[in-house]
Design a protein around this ligand. Structure first.
Ligand code: C2E
Ligand code: MG
Ligand code: MG
Ligand code: MG
Length: 269
């Protein structure tokens, strides 16, 4: 229960807990062996400049395929991997694989990789990123790390130091899902984000006047800080024209490009 799990009582609201416990239980050993057994892969979703339509970056998204061929969405396996600590290894693998893929591709200028608070709090994370950059010979400026504002993402001095160390490597720090929680404004104040990704709910709610005003206010807030504004979750042409009117910098969504393998991205982009 919430009390027994102490400071992680946020788990109580985790929808994956409503799944039968055996389901999560089966995933635990699979996640621990997922890299060796080649059960994980990365797909890449393009990010476009709204003005010139050019692909400016790609976001790496992790996929898990079980031995029986079924796939499990990140919304299910990431929280489990965070709980067991497997996310530290999986996350390192993701950054390294993304760096290798970016070198092999002439279409990827920058690759952004999602990182979990558990990774940021794990000792030596910034050093492990430095080691990957050195090993793969990828310039830090081609890597972006997306952090999500969340209840479990406390603004501890170690985390702030880790982000500063990453920025010193030239790595861009992006704020993901901005507006989805309560901590976004504190994060904006504490860190120089390169890019702020506006949570897709703000776009999806902007079909009425109130929602549109919210999105406008959000955009003004980020713009006044000088961060690049990215709106994710673009699904329709109508949404594209709303974003054009707001002079958004970058866009990402199913309407513009679905996440695909590195090989397919090279063929289709
Ligand atoms: P996110 O970082 O906000 O990633 C965007 C999610 O929105 C992706 O879901 C993507 O497939 C989906 N998406 C893209 N365009 C659209 C659209 O137009 N409409 C809608 N409805 N959705 C769209 P996905 O791949 O299922 O990932 C879900 C979340 O899992 C990610 O949200 C991220 O927080 C987490 N995640 C994924 N890969 C990793 C990873 O390698 N490491 C960590 N720590 N978390 C990851
Ligand atoms: Mg993301
Ligand atoms: Mg994220
Ligand atoms: Mg997001």
């Amino acid at each position: 229960n919430a009390k027994a799990s102490g400071r992680n009582c946020v788990r109580t609201f985790d929808p994956t807990l409503r799944r039968p416990n055996e389901d999560a239980g089966k995933l635990v050993p699979l996640l621990a062996a997922a890299i060796d057994r080649r059960l994980v892969s990365l797909v890449y979703q393009p990010i476009f400049d709204l003005r010139d339509g050019q692909m400016k970056a790609v976001e790496a998204l992790m996929r898990l395929r079980l031995p029986d061929g079924t796939s499990v969405p990140p919304s299910v396996f990431i929280p489990i991997a965070e709980r067991t600590g497997s996310i530290v290894e999986l996350g390192r693998w993701a950054i390294k694989t993304a760096c290798q893929d970016i070198l092999a591709s002439d279409r990827m200028a920058t690759v952004s990789v999602n990182v979990s608070p558990v990774q940021l709090r794990s000792p030596g994370f910034a050093m492990s990123v430095a080691a990957i950059l050195e090993e793969t010979r990828v310039s830090g400026s081609r890597l972006a790390l997306e952090i999500t504002e969340g209840l479990d993402m406390e603004m501890q001095p170690e985390v702030l130091q880790c982000l500063a160390d990453l920025q010193a490597l030239g790595v861009e720090i992006w704020l993901d899902d901005f507006g989805s929680g309560y901590a976004g404004l504190s994060w904006l104040r504490a860190i120089e984000f390169h890019t702020v990704k506006v949570d897709r709910t703000f776009l999806h709610d902007c079909s009425d006047e109130r929602g549109l005003t919210m999105l406008q206010d959000m955009v003004a807030l980020i713009r006044n800080r000088g961060n690049t504004i990215l709106v994710e979750g673009v699904e329709t042409e109508a949404q594209m024209s709303v974003l054009q009117n707001l002079s958004i910098d970058r866009v990402q969504g199913f309407h513009l490009g679905r996440p695909v393998s590195a090989d397919l991205l090279a063929l289709t982009a």
